[in-house]
Design a protein around this ligand. Structure first.
Ligand SMILES: Cc1cc2nc3c(=O)[nH]c(=O)nc-3n(C[C@H](O)[C@H](O)[C@H](O)COP(=O)(O)OP(=O)(O)OC[C@H]3O[C@@H](n4cnc5c(N)ncnc54)[C@H](O)[C@@H]3O)c2cc1C
Length: 357
């Protein structure tokens, strides 16, 4: 049997794993990443990257090319009879197809000198080695970036996550020039439809609900204006679905092992925070590896999740309680500054400076 050595071994080459690998390489570590799938890896996703995620990538020297993405300037909410919206106060978000994001991040990781092993499921893990294909790999640090059903988490004895909520999402793309520079969220009783501009001639449409059978077309038909816009638009992808899960782990580090991205817990897709959380966590993990102290990452992980978790709970309450939804929409429509302050809080963690009354 042959052995190989690396300083940091990343299991999972989705967005979290690739950016964590880059963050570790930037600290000078030798990094090997293995993923069981072949690139580019696609996934059901609303594909909106919030400004805090764009900023985290920029701090790591990663800038998505404008040809592969579409700028997002804010968020708009619609019900059948009301609308409200706000622009980001600092920076911009990006709409980006998952396949393009994956291609770009894997190229960046490769330029940084990360050793990338695709089609390479990882098995037989312990605290210092793992099997990748027929080779045994030894490492100093292990990073579990292997998504919501993390093998690293279960094999390395992490306490199980507490499942807080579970919904279902489906997404499809359409050939249509984006009609807004914002992510649009259409609220219906029991579900939301998201429209994200992902290119000059393409929008992504995602539906999220508690009904695992609710697909994009019937959800869109609930909103006549949206249905009219999409009626003539050719679908450019097959429909793809995934669970949208809110789960929290008691700890995300254990000895020389750290979890990042969805492997370290997740929030409902309602806030569009998953990728941003992963990138901010990856950055913090790089800093902790530099200092050889994963407790720094444990504390940073809690801090990074705090505001998105709060926003997610608030928006899920709007999903559950129609009366609350109607009151909030009425308030946001009547006082746009409230929406701006909440969006600013969400994307910068700065508390509103004015009283909300
Ligand atoms: C419907 C829906 C809409 C969403 N919309 C948004 C949005 O608009 N904006 C946003 O920011 N987030 C959104 N999210 C969340 C976002 O998709 C996730 O947070 C993000 O994909 C997490 O990335 P990750 O790298 O942690 O995990 P993943 O993308 O799941 O990657 C994990 C990787 O690990 C690999 N792997 C697993 N097990 C092994 C193994 N044993 N060995 C080797 N490799 C392994 C897999 O092949 C995979 O490539 C949405 C989620 C859903 C469900």
């Amino acid at each position: 049997m042959s052995f190989e050595n690396t300083d940091v071994f990343v299991v999972g080459g989705g967005p979290a794993g690739l950016v964590a690998a880059i963050a570790a390489r930037r600290q000078g570590a030798r990094v090997t990443l293995a993923d069981g799938a072949r690139p580019p890896i696609d996934k059901a996703c609303g594909e909106g990257l919030m400004p805090q995620g764009v900023r985290a990538l920029a701090r790591l020297g990663i800038e998505l090319p404008s040809a592969d993405s579409h700028p997002i300037q804010g968020v708009e909410f619609f019900t059948r009879d009301r609308s409200a919206g706000a622009k980001f106060s600092q920076g911009f978000g990006l709409g980006v197809r998952r396949t393009k994001l994956h291609n770009f991040l894997l190229k960046a990781a490769s330029i940084w000198g990360v050793r990338l092993l695709w089609n390479s499921p990882v098995s037989a893990l312990d605290a210092s080695s793992a099997f990748v294909g027929d080779k045994r790999l030894r490492f100093d640090y292990l990073i579990g970036a292997d998504g919501g059903s993390s093998t690293v988490s279960s094999a390395m004895g992490f306490k199980a996550a507490r499942l807080q909520d579970k919904r279902f999402g489906f997404r499809r793309h359409f050939a249509a020039a984006p009609w807004s520079d914002c992510v649009q969220v259409y609220w219906a009783p029991g579900f939301q439809v998201y429209v994200t501009p992902v290119g000059d001639g393409q929008v992504g449409v995602a539906v999220i609900s508690r009904n695992s059978k609710l697909r994009v077309a019937p959800a869109v038909s609930y909103f006549p204006n949206l249905a009219r816009r999409l009626r003539a638009a050719e679908p450019t992808s097959a429909e793809r679905g995934s669970a949208s899960v809110s789960r929290r782990l008691p700890r995300v580090t254990r000895g020389n092992v750290a979890l990042v991205g969805d492997a370290s817990g997740s929030l409902d897709a309602i806030t569009g925070d998953g990728l941003s959380l992963a990138f901010e966590q990856a950055e913090a993990l790089g800093d902790a590896l530099r200092d050889g102290d994963l407790s720094i990452y444990e504390a940073a992980h809690r801090r990074i999740r705090r505001v998105p978790s709060l926003m997610s709970s608030a928006l899920l309450a709007m999903d559950r309680y129609p009366l609350l939804n109607s009151l909030v929409m009425r308030g946001l429509a009547a006082k746009p500054t409230i929406f701006s302050q909440l969006l600013n809080f969400h994307t910068t963690s700065e508390l509103p400076v004015q009283r909300l009354a």
